[in-house]
Design a binder for this molecule. Structure first.
Ligand code: ATP
Length: 266
């Protein structure tokens, strides 16, 4: 099935330090995942069970996918990623089978994390939408209910449209921890710039704080894109001059003009 193309068992090597800002999201995920794995006896003594599912919501390009990957890397979990739309766009019966297969793989690969990107494609299915949607959602809910706590499978789901999700998905014992992954603030934008510029040849006339301020309202993905476009300018100059030119403030000036703010009204 097509969705299986998206399945990786090798966790992508993203670290927490590769993600600018989002400190609260990082901390919540650490607690949700590391506590049950590392301190099951304390939790048992307290008589509490951890969460088995978390929902990340927020605008596009603000690090939901990066966060899922970093969680897998940092906690040493196998990573199984699947896109809601790919699951739904299968033949009748195939979608349900694909969902069960994802959970089977996750159990076999435990400790593991299942990352459902675009969960709204499946999770809003009960209202209108595609005809096989109801069955797929029911299968998903059943599979979630089947994972025993502390058996080492954690579910992470992401969406840009939390308001259209079926509330059944967020019941206790399912995606019951809900985390907002928002646009980066000034500190986070500086952080993202620093992380990205670490790998770039940057001229000394660049003031990261000032650049970050000018990037207010941009998503993390847009910030990275501006840096890449600035780099492209320096590449052109380097080819023209026959020697390597660093990326300057001027390159950033023109790059800033080329990237629109898609997540905030202008
Ligand atoms: P979508 O909702 O469109 O799937 P997303 O929230 O999952 O978006 P990501 O795929 O995690 O966003 O981010 C896209 C890219 O943007 C990343 O690969 C990274 O290059 C950059 N990026 C976004 N946010 C950050 C951040 N906080 N720190 C560093 N890079 C970031």
């Amino acid at each position: 099935p097509t969705a299986m193309r998206e399945v990786y068992l090798e966790p992508p090597k993203v670290r927490w330090t590769d993600i600018g800002g989002q400190d609260e999201v990082k901390q919540s995920l650490r607690e949700a995942v590391e506590w049950p794995l590392k301190h099951p006896e304390i939790m048992a003594e307290l008589g509490i069970t951890g969460t088995k599912g978390l929902l990340l919501y927020g605008p596009p390009g603000c690090s939901k996918t990066l966060t899922a990957q970093a969680l897998a890397t940092e906690a040493g979990l196998n990573f199984i990623a699947v896109k809601g739309a790919e699951i739904l766009n299968m033949y009748v019966g195939e979608s349900e089978r694909a969902v069960r297969e994802v959970f089977r793989k996750a159990r076999a690969a435990s400790p593991s994390v299942i990352f459902f990107d675009e969960i709204d494609a499946i999770g809003s299915a009960r209202e209108g939408g595609q005809s096989n949607g109801v069955n797929v959602l029911t299968t998903l809910l059943n599979e979630m209910d089947g994972i025993e706590m502390l058996r080492g499978v954690i579910i992470l789901a992401a969406t840009n449209k939390p308001e259209i999700l079926d509330p059944a998905l967020m019941r206790p014992g399912r995606l019951d921890t809900i985390l907002y992954v928002g646009p980066p603030d000034q500190l986070a934008r500086k952080d993202i710039l620093r992380i990205k510029m670490n790998k770039m040849k940057i001229s000394e006339d660049i003031d990261i704080g000032e650049l970050a301020e000018r990037m207010e309202g941009h998503s993390g993905a847009e910030i990275v894109s501006i840096c890449d476009k600035a780099g492209h300018g320096a590449m052109k100059d380097s080819l023209r001059d026959g020697k390597i030119r660093p990326i300057t403030k001027l390159h950033f000036e023109s790059a800033l003009e080329k990237v629109d703010r898609q997540i905030t009204p202008t």
